[in-house]
Design a protein around this ligand. Sequence first.
Ligand code: 2AM
Length: 195
Amino acid sequence: MQVAETNTAVREETARVFFAIWPDAAAQRRLAELAERLETVCDGRKVRAENIHLTLVFLGEVSVDRLDALCQAANEVQGAGVRAFDFAVEEIRYWKHNRIAYAGTVKVSQELLDLVSALQSALSAAGFSFDRQAYVPHITLARKAKCPAPSIEFRTGLPELAQPVVWPVREWVLVKSGQANGRSGYTPIGRWPLV
Ligand code: 2AM
């Protein structure tokens, strides 16, 4: 029989955290409209407007005692030559293996790759572990999606964008995920500007 851990003095408190970029208000509106359409087209569960984001590095559970050190590591990135850039969503795509419908980019900007790589180096140097799979920038718009196969109506089986959704990326954030009022949501716990 398993006994639940009740001794809070020995239980380590952790936070589920990741670094990300949030769209500006206009891009958020357009991405939220797409999420709404995907909910219908793919019978999925849309991501709420305020939660739509692009993950840079996902760390998962980190001890709350280490959050200051995590912010310090992120401070190092500011001196690493990272620059502001525009992020352009050009396509809606679908991953069947995890049933995620997402917004993607055709040509990943060098500035985004430099930011992710500088962040990964600073985190490694500070002893943090994170997901090291090849970075595939994606903005999840609907989960538990069952997107249709290509048809005359949807060439790719998914909504197509008449115009790309572009926004100027001028900051990146450290975010904690968790439940608030019975809903999953994200709380920014650090911000770093890009110029
Ligand atoms: P997802 O949208 O593809 O699930 C908060 O959970 C953010 O971290 C989401 O953008 C999520 O990506 C990403 N994320 C969650 N688990 C992850 C993992 N194991 N590796 C990389 N990113 C992850």
